[in-house]
Design a protein around this ligand. Structure first.
Ligand code: HEM
Length: 408
C-alpha cells in the first residue's frame, strides 16, 4: 500500500471505480478520506453507458446498508460486475445472492454443517499444513510467500470441507485459480468463464455421487438436506459448493500474504508480536482490517432509503466500499496505522448482517495458524522484490510477495 502512487482525488466526478487498474495501481486512501468527509453518499457517473450508482464510504452507513435486507437486496448481484448488467445467474440459488426465507434456510444448512467438531478437525490440518509450508519457506533463499505458502492453503481447506478426492485436487486447484483470479490487467474472462463452468460440472457429478453414497462432508450435507421436507435443488447444491471456492480461496490468500507484507513494513509491530506482547486474536483482527480483501459489496435498493443524509430511490444500485469503511476515522483511532493491539476493532471485512461471511471462522483459523507459524519459525522478514497486486474492483491486495524469511 505504502509504495503505490496516491490517486489525486482531483475531480471526483471523473472517477471510475469500475476500473480494476484504479484499484491495483493506486493508493486510494486520500480519495476515500475525501469522499467520507465531503460526499459520504456519492453518485458515481455512468461508465460505458452503464447505470450510475451510489458510493457509500463511511463505516456507520456501510452497516446501515448491510443490516437492512428489507430495503436492499442481493438478488440482482452483490458486486458491481453483476449489478451493472442487472442480474446474477446464480440469484436465488447461491447464498450470497439469495435473500429472505430461502437464504435463511439454506444458510442454516451450511452453518449447521460447520460444527465445532468439524472446525476443530479442519483447524488441526490447517495448522500442520501451514507450519510445514512456512518451515520450507524459511529454508528457501528466494521464495514467494504468495505462491509458496498462501496459494496452497485455502483451497486445500475447502477441498477438505467438501471431501474432494485427493486424485481430483490438482484439477480443482487449476480451475479454482483460473475461475476467480484476476492477476493481470485485462485477464482472459473467457478462460475464467470456461473454468467456472467446469467447476460447476465437477460439483454436479460429486453431488450425485454423494446423494447416492453420503459421507459427513459438506457436499453430502447439501445433497441430503431437506428444507420444509424437500431436498435442495441440484443447482442450489452446485452453486453453493462453488461459492465456497469463490468466497473463500482468493480472499484468504490475500489476507495471508498481506499479513506478511504488513509485518515487513511495520517492523516495530512485528517485533512486539514476536516478543508475545500482542494477543494473537487481536493481531488477526488487525490483519483482517488492514488487508480488507473484499474491496466493495453492492446491493439494489428495492424501497426508497436515506443513507448519509441523502435519498436513495428504489431501483438504485448502491456500492459499499469496505476499503474505505475499514479506515473511517469516525470509527477507528489512527486508522492508517497498523496496530496489532487495536481494540475495539469493529472492521467490516466479513460484512455485517444477514450475509455476514459464513467462512469467517475458517478464515480466522487460517490467519491465526499463519501468524503463529511466522512467530515460531521466522526471525526477520525481508521483502526482496515488488509484490504483484490483483486487478479487480471487488477483491484487492497482493498475490505475490518475493520474500526472504530468516530462521528465528
Ligand atoms: C479473509 C477471507 C474472507 C473474506 C475477506 C470474506 C469476505 C466475505 C464478505 C465480505 C461476505 C459478505 C458478502 C455480501 O454481504 O454480499 C462474505 C460472504 C460469504 N463468504 Fe466469505 N470471506 C472470506 C473467507 C471465506 C471462506 C474461508 C469461506 C468458505 C470456506 C467463505 C464463504 C462465504 C460465503 C458462502 C458467503 C455468503 C454468505 C451469505 O450470503 O449468507 N468466505 N465473505
Amino acid at each position: 500500500m505504502a509504495h503505490l502512487p496516491l490517486l489525486d482525488p482531483g475531480e471526483v466526478s471523473e472517477l471510475d471505480l469500475t476500473d480494476a487498474a484504479v484499484h491495483a495501481e493506486y493508493d486510494l486512501s486520500a480519495l476515500w478520506r475525501r469522499l467520507r468527509t465531503h460526499a459520504p453518499l456519492h453518485r458515481h457517473r455512468s461508465v460505458a453507458g452503464g447505470p450510475e450508482f451510489w458510493v457509500v464510504t463511511r463505516h456507520a452507513d456501510a452497516m446501515a446498508v448491510f443490516r437492512d435486507g428489507q430495503r436492499f437486496t442481493s438478488t440482482s448481484g452483490n458486486v458491481l460486475e453483476t449489478l451493472l448488467v442487472g442480474s446474477d445467474s446464480a440469484a436465488g440459488k447461491m447464498l450470497a445472492v439469495t435473500d429472505g426465507n430461502r437464504h435463511t434456510e439454506v444458510r442454516r444448512v451450511i452453518t449447521g454443517a460447520l460444527t465445532p467438531a468439524v472446525l476443530d478437525r479442519l483447524a488441526d490440518r490447517i495448522r500442520t499444513q501451514i507450519r510445514g509450508l512456512v518451515a520450507r519457506a524459511v529454508e528457501r533463499v528466494d521464495g514467494d510467500f504468495g505462491t509458496d505458502v498462501a496459494a496452497q492453503v485455502p483451497l486445500t481447506t475447502i477441498c477438505d470441507m467438501l471431501a474432494v478426492p485427493d486424485s481430483d485436487r490438482a484439477y480443482i486447484h487449476r480451475l479454482g485459480s483460473s475461475s476467480v483470479s484476476s492477476h493481470e490487467p485485462g485477464h482472459d474472462t473467457m478462460d475464467a468463464w470456461t473454468s467456472k463452468n467446469e467447476l460447476l460440472a465437477y460439483f454436479l457429478d460429486l453431488a450425485e455421487q454423494r446423494r447416492a453414497d453420503p459421507g459427513d462432508d459438506l457436499v453430502s450435507v447439501l445433497a441430503t438436506a431437506r428444507v420444509k421436507g424437500r431436498p435442495l435443488g441440484t443447482d442450489e447444491i452446485v452453486f453453493n459448493c462453488y461459492s465456497l471456492i469463490l468466497g473463500g480461496d482468493e480472499t484468504t490468500r490475500l489476507a495471508m500474504t498481506g499479513a506478511v507484507l504488513a509485518m515487513a513494513e511495520n517492523p516495530d509491530q512485528w517485533r512486539a508480536f514476536q516478543r508475545g506482547e500482542v494477543a494473537i486474536d487481536s493481531a488477526v483482527e488487525e490483519v483482517l482490517r488492514w488487508t480488507t480483501p473484499s474491496r466493495h459489496l453492492g446491493r439494489l435498493a428495492i424501497e426508497p432509503a436515506e443513507i448519509a443524509g441523502g435519498r436513495i430511490e428504489a431501483g438504485d444500485i448502491v456500492t459499499v466500499w469496505l476499503a474505505s469503511a475499514n479506515f473511517d476515522e469516525r470509527e477507528f483511532a489512527e486508522p492508517d496505522a497498523f496496530r496489532l493491539d487495536r481494540s475495539p476493532n469493529r472492521h467490516l471485512t466479513f460484512a455485517y448482517g444477514p450475509h455476514f461471511c459464513v467462512g469467517a471462522r475458517l478464515a480466522r483459523i487460517q490467519l491465526e495458524a499463519t501468524l503463529t507459524a511466522l512467530r515460531d519459525l521466522v526471525g526477520d522478514i525481508e521483502v526482496t522484490g515488488a509484490p504483484q497486486r490483483v486487478y479487480s474492483n471487488f477483491i484487492g491486495g497482493t498475490f505475490t510477495l518475493p520474500v526472504r524469511l530468516k530462521a528465528a
